[in-house]
Structure formats: structure tokens, C-alpha cells
Design a protein around this ligand. Structure first.
Ligand SMILES: Cc1cc2nc3c(=O)[nH]c(=O)nc-3n(C[C@H](O)[C@H](O)[C@H](O)COP(=O)(O)OP(=O)(O)OC[C@H]3O[C@@H](n4cnc5c(N)ncnc54)[C@H](O)[C@@H]3O)c2cc1C
Length: 369
């Protein structure tokens, strides 16, 4: 029997798998897609995790990710400001990064079931059975790394699945002249759009919009022309850029409400444990950080007889809350502010006071790990 099954092979699932594999824990990742594939994501990774990734050989240096250290922020009324990002980050597509880590996971002895969706699970007497169309898999510990919204959330009847969430996320890769050190955040009515560079001088253009925008304007093209193009900084880029995808990637029903970190003995990591608003630009860093916390706790469970399942679960919950609760809350407030036109104007103005701007960044970011 396996020691660990991880449901979901995004950054949180892959990193946890690599760390467990390297510790000699038999690990299977069940992932519903096949690598490499594109995801809706702004693809800016905070340097909060860069030294850690370098130290464990997972920084994707072979793709020469651009280093990003300045934030440009604009409102739909045309106010604009630029601030330094003291910690900064780098840009890399999920297409490249997830595939790179998938190969590293294979090297670490991790097994994969790809194109395989987990539909339910059952825990009894220290063993969990995970059901998929391809069969049933058994392990002593099961980790939920299935991201922001999954059939597993539905199966678990998690409270946030009962409420309709108001946001849609849309992403393209584009080609357009750009300063590699810059990440832009352009506001529009009920949403915001990020632009930053990833590998090979491609740009990621990714926006989060209130679902009502799409309902009113009918389709993505009309939404962009009628709403996003009202921002005078965004309009010329969107109108003249070369689009590298035949059609945009879209995800619906994005929810930022709080979640349980452990449910029915399943240890949640990454967005499955709690999702920070993309405005903060550090959901991936959080996914990486949560895997860094989780893997040694699970390893200890297998190495020390005296460390019980209850202790493992309580220890993880406590660590997770102490590292992430504050920034999730701060992110929620910031998201609400940026979604109101007047409040967004105020936010852009407030970044003219460097101390205030840096304070806001600090509320949603952690220390370097
Ligand atoms: C619009 C938008 C922009 C963003 N921009 C940024 C940004 O610029 N910077 C940043 O740091 N963060 C950003 N984020 C957040 C970031 O994308 C997430 O925080 C991060 O991807 C979380 O990683 P994860 O491993 O938890 O989940 P994911 O990367 O979503 O991985 C979950 C995996 O689980 C799989 N899965 C789901 N259900 C099942 C199942 N039942 N069985 C098997 N597999 C399953 C999925 O296929 C997926 O591969 C953004 C998010 C959004 C929505």
C-alpha cells in the first residue's frame, strides 16, 4: 500500500510530492490533466520563495525567467502610479513550471496517475481509499491539493460550494513591447487586469472580473471592448498585441472565502486550504510555502511512531493558520476595495505615499522563506 496519495498536481501537489519522494515516502499524485498544460494564472511568483526554490534545485533557471521589481497601478479613470516592489518576483508560465516540476517529481520516485480525476474517498482505520474512474487507490495519508474549486470540494460538501461566487478569471499570452522588470495592474469596472513578462519575452495578460460584467456584455470580446478598454493604459495594449492563444482560457466561480485546512483526515494544501486574491500576486508562493510546511510534518508521521495522526493534523492546522490567516484576510479587504471604482481611485492615489504602499504590500506577503 502507498504511504501518501496527493489529489491534484499543481504547484502545491507537485512540491509536496517531490519533498515526500526525496524523503523516501511512497507517493502517488492523481492529476486530472496531462502535463504540460496552460492554466488561468498571472504567472508572477513572489521572491518570497525564490531562495527556497534555489536551495532545493527547483528554481526554473533554465527558462531565464524575467526578474520583476516594479508595480505600475492604474485606474479606469486614467490615474496611474508606479512603486518599487522591495521583494519583487519572477515570471514563468505554468505550462513550463508545472511540467519542469513534474519531471523533477518523477526523478524523485513519485508515481503519477494522469488524466485521472478523483471523485470520492473513504477513510477508515487509518487507511483512505480514493475512487477514480481508473480504479481505487489506497494510502495511509491523503493530501488535497486540488486547487480553488474541484469535484472533491463538491464531494466534501464544503460550504463555499453552496454559494455562487462572483468572479471569472481570463488569461492569454500575448506579444507586445514591454519592460521585463515591470508588472502592471490596470483597474476596470468590477475587475482588474495584470500584465507581466514570462519566459521567451511572452507577456501574460490575465484578468479577474465580476461575473456580472460578463452577464451584461454577453461575451469576452464585448466585455473587453466595453469595459477593459475604458482604461486608457490597457486599451492600446489589448488592441494592438499579438495574441498567442487561439482563444482565451477561462475559469468561473472563483471563491476567496475561508476553508477548513483538514477535512475528514484529508490534509489540504495550496488553494484547497485557502485562496488569496490574485491582486496580491502571491497565491503560488503560498502554495509553495504550504507544501514546505506540510511535507516534513507528514514525513515525521511516518518516521516516528509516537507522533500520532491527531498530532500531525493539529500541528499542520496550527502552522498553516499562523503563516497564512492574516494575509488571506488582508487580501479579501484589498480585493473588495479594488472592485469599487472610487475605492480603486483612492488605492491608486494612496500608492503615491511610499510608506502606505509598502505597508499594503507587507500585509499580504510573508517573509522570505
Ligand atoms: C485569475 C488568477 C490570476 C492569478 N495570478 C497569480 C499570480 O500572478 N501569482 C500568484 O502567485 N498566484 C496567482 N494566482 C493564484 C495561483 O494560480 C494559485 O494560488 C495557485 O495555482 C495554487 O496552486 P495549487 O497547487 O493549490 O492549485 P492549482 O495550481 O490550481 O492545481 C490544482 C490541480 O488539481 C487538479 N485537480 C482538481 N481537481 C482534481 C480531481 N478531482 N482529481 C485530480 N486532480 C484534480 C487540477 O487539474 C490542477 O492541476 C492567480 C489565480 C487566478 C484565479
Amino acid at each position: 500500500m502507498l504511504q501518501v496519495i496527493i489529489i491534484g498536481g499543481g504547484l502545491a501537489g507537485l512540491l509536496t510530492a517531490i519533498l515526500l519522494g526525496r524523503a523516501g515516502i511512497s507517493t502517488l499524485v492523481i492529476e486530472k490533466k496531462t502535463y504540460p498544460f496552460h492554466r488561468v494564472c498571472g504567472e508572477y511568483i513572489s521572491n518570497e520563495v525564490t531562495p527556497y526554490l534555489q536551495s532545493i534545485g527547483l528554481y526554473p533557471k533554465e527558462f531565464y525567467p524575467p526578474k520583476i521589481n516594479r508595480l505600475q497601478i492604474s485606474s479606469s479613470r486614467g490615474n496611474i502610479n508606479e512603486i518599487a516592489l522591495p521583494m519583487g518576483g519572477f515570471g514563468i508560465s505554468r505550462f513550463r513550471l508545472d511540467h519542469f516540476w513534474y519531471l523533477k517529481a518523477l526523478e524523485s520516485g513519485v508515481k503519477f496517475e494522469l488524466d485521472c480525476s478523483a471523485s470520492s474517498f473513504h477513510y477508515e482505520n487509518g487507511i483512505t481509499k480514493v475512487q477514480t474512474k481508473q480504479g481505487t487507490f489506497e494510502a495511509q495519508v491523503v493530501i488535497g491539493a486540488f486547487g480553488k474549486r474541484s469535484s472533491m470540494d463538491k464531494y466534501l460538501n464544503r460550504p463555499f460550494m453552496k454559494k455562487r461566487s462572483g468572479y471569472v478569471g481570463i488569461k492569454y499570452h500575448i506579444k507586445h513591447p514591454w519592460d521585463p522588470g515591470l508588472i502592471a495592474l490596470h483597474g476596470f469596472k468590477n475587475g482588474y487586469c495584470g500584465i507581466s513578462m514570462v519566459e521567451e519575452e511572452k507577456l501574460n495578460l490575465c484578468y479577474l472580473s465580476d461575473r456580472s460584467n460578463l452577464r451584461v456584455h454577453g461575451d469576452i470580446d464585448t466585455l473587453e471592448k466595453n469595459v477593459l478598454h475604458k482604461n486608457p493604459y490597457l486599451a492600446p495594449i489589448m488592441a494592438s498585441a499579438e495574441r498567442l492563444f487561439s482563444k482565451p482560457l477561462v475559469i468561473n466561480e472563483i471563491s476567496f472565502t475561508s476553508k477548513q485546512v483538514v477535512e475528514n483526515h484529508m490534509l489540504m494544501t495550496g488553494d484547497a486550504a485557502g485562496m488569496i486574491t490574485p491582486l496580491c500576486g502571491n497565491g503560488m508562493a503560498m502554495a509553495i510555502h504550504s507544501a514546505k510546511i506540510l511535507a516534513p510534518i507528514v514525513t515525521r508521521f511516518f518516521q516516528r511512531r509516537s507522533y500520532t495522526r491527531v498530532q500531525m493534523e493539529e500541528h499542520y492546522k496550527k502552522e498553516w493558520q499562523s503563516k497564512f490567516s492574516h494575509r488571506l484576510l488582508a487580501g479579501r479587504y484589498l480585493q473588495r476595495l479594488f472592485h469599487h471604482e472610487l475605492a480603486a481611485e483612492f488605492l491608486v492615489y494612496s500608492t503615491c505615499i511610499p510608506q502606505l504602499a509598502q505597508w499594503m504590500v507587507r500585509q499580504t506577503h510573508g517573509e522570505q522563506i
